[in-house]
Design a protein around this ligand. Structure first.
Ligand SMILES: *[C@@H]1O[C@H](CO)[C@@H](O)[C@H](O)[C@H]1NC(C)=O
Ligand SMILES: *[C@@H]1O[C@H](CO)[C@@H](O)[C@H](O)[C@H]1NC(C)=O
Length: 336
């Protein structure tokens, strides 16, 4: 009889003569206990997700400091977040982007228990974006894309100004890699220099035509209390961007609650507070104050539009004014 003890053998061949019958009973007993513990754990793991789905379907209001509808907490791989109004028609998303899960926040909703909405309608899209991050901090998808409600908007970065094109061509691998990706590559509006907060702080110029620039330095110090006020802030405009879950999680939930609190408490009007955040998101998500990617590289990485010629880049986005022609895009040929 061999004296060497092999635990592996004891499991694989319980009939092995080297394991006495007493020990075998203990092994079976151990296996039974392990099995019971695992089943119990499975039940525990499932319970919260079942409850969340149920409350969502029933539209039940969960206790909190307000009466807001609690969004479904089961994340998809990729989700869209819309800053919309009660009257916004978002059916284009369902029609053309059905492979995305959508979160439509109606900022002016009267019946706050029926739809996704914000605690206070202030700060334009900024309040929606922060509310989504706070609501979903523990159940974020890998990629979230933050948008305004309209399909065709003057600042959408393709020749048709069509958000369907931007969203469906967005390179999600680049979002995962960069963490924060502005949907706009064009420099017109925002780049290379939009604000000069350090100079405005030193010189305090009279600049009633640019209230955001006047307010920005002091508000920057409130939003980023540990950072030095930058000389130049520049980034493509218009507050539509994508974030990875990993990037959002680089800051604590409390951090976003604090930003939302700032927006709730500020006495600035919505246009200005919203615009201050418009030119802060890239820094909130870890990019430098002046963050203007080379356009050729930006289109290639953001949308896989690589190998663009100078003329392609010029034609990619053209300033047409803040209003697209009535009936766009059917009017696009006649407008040219
Ligand atoms: C909403 O927009 C779609 C086009 O995407 C249109 O067919 C539909 O009639 C619109 N609905 C309303 C209520 O305006
Ligand atoms: C890049 O553009 C050139 C000139 O337009 C073309 O000949 C070439 O095939 C393109 N390369 C790729 C990879 O698209």
């Amino acid at each position: 009889m061999r004296l060497s003890y092999s635990p592996l053998r004891a499991c694989v061949s319980p009939r092995d003569a080297s394991v006495p019958p007493r020990s075998r009973i203990f092994i079976y007993l151990g296996l039974a206990v392990t099995f019971l513990l695992l089943s119990y754990q499975l039940i525990l793991d499932r319970a919260p997700s079942i409850r969340t789905r149920w409350t969502t379907i029933q539209g039940i209001i969960v206790a909190g400091d307000d009466d807001r509808f609690v969004p479904e907490a089961i994340p998809a791989e990729k989700e869209l977040v819309f800053a919309a109004m009660e009257a916004s028609n978002i059916s284009w998303v369902e029609e053309h982007l059905s492979d995305w899960k959508t979160n439509i926040y109606r900022a002016d909703a009267k019946h706050k228990d029926a739809v996704l909405t914000v605690p206070v309608n202030k700060g334009n899209e900024a309040m929606v974006y922060l509310t989504y991050i706070i609501d979903r901090y523990w159940s974020l998808p890998e990629v979230s894309v933050f948008l305004h409600g309209g399909r065709y908007q003057w600042h959408v970065d393709n020749p048709l100004y069509d958000s369907v094109i931007s969203i469906s061509h967005l390179n999600l691998d680049f979002v995962q890699e960069a963490g924060y990706v502005n949907l706009r590559c064009a420099w017109s509006v925002g780049c290379p220099t939009e604000l000069e907060p350090a100079r405005y702080l030193r010189e305090r110029p009279e600049d009633s035509g640019h209230p955001t620039a006047v307010e920005y330095p002091d508000r920057y110090m409130e939003l980023f209390p540990r950072a030095e006020v930058p000389e130049v802030v520049g980034t493509p405009c218009c507050s539509q961007f994508a974030l990875s879950k990993k990037k959002i999680h680089e800051q604590s939930l409390e951090h976003y609650v604090r930003l939302q609190r700032w927006l709730m408490d500020t006495n600035l009007d919505a246009g200005i507070s919203g615009r201050i955040l418009e030119y802060s998101w890239h820094m909130i998500f870890g990019k430098p104050a002046q963050y203007c990617l080379d356009q050729r590289e930006c289109y290639c990485r953001t949308y896989s539009y690589c190998n663009m010629t100078d003329s392609d880049i010029q034609k990619q986005w053209i300033w047409r004014g803040l209003q697209l022609p009535e009936g766009w895009p059917e009017q696009s040929e006649t407008a040219d």
